[in-house]
Ligand binder design. Structure first.
Ligand SMILES: NC(=O)c1ccc[n+]([C@@H]2O[C@H](COP(=O)([O-])OP(=O)(O)OC[C@H]3O[C@@H](n4cnc5c(N)ncnc54)[C@H](OP(=O)(O)O)[C@@H]3O)[C@@H](O)[C@H]2O)c1
Length: 227
């Protein structure tokens, strides 16, 4: 990080995520970084049941203690998971298979997160602030299916599955055992805790406008679910 003035840190959910994050914060500090942006995670707390959600808050604390002017963005479940990760399955089967039961989630559009990051790095009013970022409404996954269906003109349905079935399908897709177990566990926690349903005004505060709706995302990305 020699001669780097601004550090924007995002970490994949690797087994050593916590030490990677702490190393990065220490390196930024040692190099004299003047600004630090950390992409954390919505509702992440040290005592969460899901292991994937317990590491982000440790890094949150290190960022706050670093002395570097920081902003922490804590995004909720991204709308783009339905294109980047599940787009092919939805396109080929017309079905969303997720272990979310009847949970409601205030999905965030990745484009809002990107704009929020730009604002955080260019406006001083966001220095030493933490923002939980959600979309404008908490949707049932059946409503997500209905909105993808409306955007594509196809019949799309939601098929709730169990956490064990999700883990098995991740393994079948080639994910390593640790990652498959952790990600499936995270879904179970999202379903059972209800924490993903909170609607925050973080995007509005950062961007001066409402967060994008899922319906708009689905219309913009409709080709991802069409042959
Ligand atoms: N997705 C969500 O809904 C969501 C919501 C809140 C917070 N988060 C947090 O956001 C962070 C990123 O998650 P994500 O959902 O974007 O998925 P991700 O799979 O962590 O990120 C994908 C990106 O990370 C790269 N990557 C993966 N493993 C890597 C490694 N070992 N070394 C270097 N690069 C690696 C990938 O590169 P390649 O494309 O080259 O493989 C890809 O560009 C995580 O901390 C996650 O907890 C995600």
């Amino acid at each position: 990080m020699q001669d780097v003035g601004t550090v924007a840190l995002v970490l994949t959910d690797a087994p050593d995520m916590e030490s990677l994050g702490l190393n990065a914060v220490n390196a930024a500090k040692a190099a004299g970084a003047r600004r630090l942006l950390w992409f954390s995670s919505f509702g992440a707390k040290r005592d969460n049941q899901a292991r994937f959600s317990r590491r982000h808050p440790v890094i949150d604390e290190a960022v706050r203690a670093s002395g570097i002017p920081y902003t922490i963005l804590r995004p909720n479940y991204l709308m783009q998971n339905f294109t980047f990760f599940y787009g092919d399955v939805i396109r080929t089967t017309g079905t969303i298979f997720l272990p979310l039961g009847d949970a409601r989630i205030s999905h965030l559009d990745l484009r809002d997160l990107a704009e929020a990051a730009a604002a955080a790095l260019t406006e001083d009013r966001h220095i030493n602030k933490t923002y939980d970022l959600s979309g404008p409404e908490a949707l049932h996954t059946g409503e997500v299916a209905e909105q993808i269906g409306a955007a594509t003109g196809r019949a799309i349905r939601y098929q709730p599955i169990s956490v064990a079935e999700m883990e098995a399908s991740f393994r079948e897709a080639g994910l390593d055992a640790w990652f498959a177990e952790g990600l499936a566990e995270l879904y179970g926690w999202i379903r059972d805790s209800g924490l993903g349903s909170e609607v925050t005004d973080g995007v509005e505060h950062l961007l001066g406008r409402k967060a994008k709706r899922f319906r708009q995302f689905a219309a913009d990305e409709r080709t991802a679910w069409l042959d």
